[in-house]
Design a protein around this ligand. Structure first.
Ligand code: F6R
Length: 241
């Protein structure tokens, strides 16, 4: 694991965007794995800036998102589909056919998950996967006591995740209790991984993920076994290392 500690959120976002832009420069048809939430939104702004300056071209890039709430329509303002369109895809030259997101309304969830996995494999696997981390150590929506062998599947969200994500909804009752998420195995099969974290509320999870024993109670701890992980964190998230 390479750990890069930066001053603040802006610096974290810029460094992560530069890593993605370099990946795309080296391999224009890169397969990117993408995350949603507060953590990567600054990175997406930076990528839009770089695109505006013609420093990165997304024409051939393919993307797979980590997760989507189960039971939310794409058009729901809180869907991760909407998040991605607003925060990135509507503002760059990606070909919409190259965007892949879990379908929160899939009727046959298992069949959908198999299809998602197969598509990732057919395209040669994920070249660079971006991750945030939950306060409980989750990556994607792989919650504590995860099965490290799981691929894309339907997950039940942890109480702590529902609580944390209620900030985006009108009330906690509106937060979906399930999601479709890439599994740990899907994530671990990525060739390169960048994990981003900022703020004191991530310091515990980062400490346990990086320095603790590899343990399903801290899903992110499995990343210690991956051979190309870069962790970019601000001083606050690094405060317990
Ligand atoms: C989002 C995802 C989650 C988030 C994590 C942190 O696609 O997979 O694992 O990365 O919950 O969320 P934020 O960044 O909002 O603190």
């Amino acid at each position: 694991m390479r750990i890069i500690v930066v001053e603040n959120y802006d610096e974290m976002s810029k460094k992560a965007a530069l890593m993605i832009a370099s990946q795309v420069m080296l391999k224009p048809d890169s397969v990117l794995g993408l995350a949603t939430g507060d953590t990567p939104s600054g990175m997406y702004k930076e990528l839009i800036n770089l695109y505006g300056k013609k420093e990165v071209d997304f024409k051939e890039v393919r993307t797979f998102n980590l997760d989507e709430y189960y039971g939310l329509d794409r058009e729901n303002s809180q869907s991760y589909y909407k998040y991605m369109m607003t925060n990135l895809f509507d503002n760059i030259n990606i070909n919409t056919e190259n965007i892949n997101m879990p379908d929160g309304m899939a009727k046959d969830v298992n069949a959908f998950c198999d299809l998602y996995e197969n598509k990732i494999k057919t395209l040669g696997g994920i070249d660079m996967q971006v991750l945030g981390i939950g306060g409980n150590g989750h990556i994607g929506f792989n919650e504590p006591n995860v099965n490290f062998e799981a691929q894309t599947h339907l997950v039940e969200l942890d109480e702590q995740t529902i609580e944390a994500n209620s900030r985006f909804f009108e009330s906690i009752e509106d937060v979906p209790v399930k999601a479709i998420s890439m599994g740990i195995k899907t994530i671990m099969n990525s060739k390169k991984i960048i994990l981003l974290a900022n703020g004191l509320n991530k310091a515990d999870a980062i400490e346990r993920a990086v320095k603790g024993k590899i343990n399903p109670s801290i899903p992110a701890s499995i990343l210690q076994l991956h051979n190309d992980v870069t962790i970019i964190i601000d001083k606050d998230a690094a405060s317990k290392l």
